[in-house]
Design a protein around this ligand. Structure first.
Ligand code: TRP
Length: 328
């Protein structure tokens, strides 16, 4: 059975961007693959080292989101990164398999550094997080990584390190992986920004109440030139259509509505109320499941499953040290 692994940094609750981009895929995959999901608290600390409490609190929020969307802990090993210290040790050995110059060219890290204004003051831990991500993936010999588009450079970098390691130590211990992208590679923010995100304050969260969903849908950016219902409208860059594309089940109906909108005669409020109904129905069971979960049980589950994950990582660490020739 092929192995799938993915993870999220716990920095807050998950939103529709996560849901469309990879959570839905993970739910499907858990029946066909041996699945791991890692809560990347160590990685989250690399850009939140001054705020560990936020990370700690968010671990539970993220687990709740996972279970609420249908990830089943009986099928999927959900674990906490820092409870698997072997990952940190693997990272040390992989650090030698990559140059500073190569790390500096990683577009995802470069982007994030710019966004967070850390260009001059980037912590080494953050700069090197692609190496720790390589450890996360290879420790479980994962082959398939369901992620959003922004993570593609991580997969590329992982495979470079894998090849370099196997070549250097002349043994095929590590396994290359590939990304699995969902149809929705990146969900736009409700304000029309290219990406829905918590920090931009433009996302709909999985546990938003109906009144909040309504407010956010009403606030969605559409077409500023579409003033009267009879005016012809634009579909590209129109957030309501992007969300209907991502979440409305009847794709043909959405196509028909687009044609009508382009011609003129279809008002934003009709579309927004359709989208609201769709999101309301989709999120209601998720929110209810989320609120029914018991925190102490979740913590126990995470402890137990992290032990399971740790045993797997231990085996890989043994193989890695064996390949280098340092199992003293
Ligand atoms: N970098 C990912 C993020 O920012 C989280 C992550 C850490 C991850 N390790 C991983 C994702 C391994 C996939 C596989 O969300």
């Amino acid at each position: 059975m092929a192995i799938v692994l993915t993870g999220d940094r716990p920095t807050g609750k998950l939103h529709l961007g996560h849901y469309a981009g990879s959570l839905k895929n993970r739910v499907k995959l858990q029946d066909e693959y041996k699945s791991y999901i890692m809560i990347a608290d160590t990685q989250a600390l690399s850009d939140n080292y001054e705020n560990p409490e936020k990370i700690k609190i968010s671990i539970l929020e993220v687990v709740k989101d996972y279970l609420a969307v249908g990830i089943d802990p009986k099928k999927c090993t959900i674990f906490i990164q820092s409870l698997v210290p072997e990952l940190a040790e693997l990272t040390m050995y992989y650090m030698n398999m990559v140059t500073i110059a190569r790390l500096g060219r990683n577009p995802t890290v470069k982007n994030e550094m710019q966004q967070k204004g850390m260009e001059e003051s980037v912590p080494a831990g953050f700069f090197c997080y692609p190496v720790s991500q390589t450890a996360d993936i290879t420790a479980f010999k994962a082959e398939v990584i369901p992620v959003g588009e922004d993570q593609l450079p991580m997969i590329e970098q992982t495979n470079e390190i894998v090849r370099r390691f196997n070549h250097t130590y002349k043994k095929d211990v590590l396994v290359e992986c590939e990304a699995m992208l969902s149809n929705v590679r990146r969900l736009v923010g409700i304000d029309g920004n290219a990406k829905a995100s918590k920090s931009l304050n433009n996302a709909i969260f999985l546990d938003d109440d109906e009144s909040v969903i309504k407010e956010k849908v009403d606030a969605m950016y559409t077409d500023p030139q579409h003033i009267k219902v009879s005016d012809p409208g634009h579909v590209e860059g129109n957030v309501v259509f992007e969300y209907l594309d991502a979440f409305y089940s009847d794709k043909q109906e959405v196509e028909d509505l687009k044609q009508q909108y382009i011609k003129g005669g279809l008002g934003d409020s009709v579309l927004k109320s359709m989208l609201f109904d769709c999101l309301k129905d989709m999120l209601k069971p998720i929110r209810e499941k989320r609120r029914s979960l018991v925190e102490s049980e979740l913590l126990q589950m995470l402890m137990d499953l992290s032990k399971v994950a740790r045993d797997v990582a231990k085996d890989t660490l043994y193989d890695v040290k064996e390949a280098i020739g340092i199992n003293y």
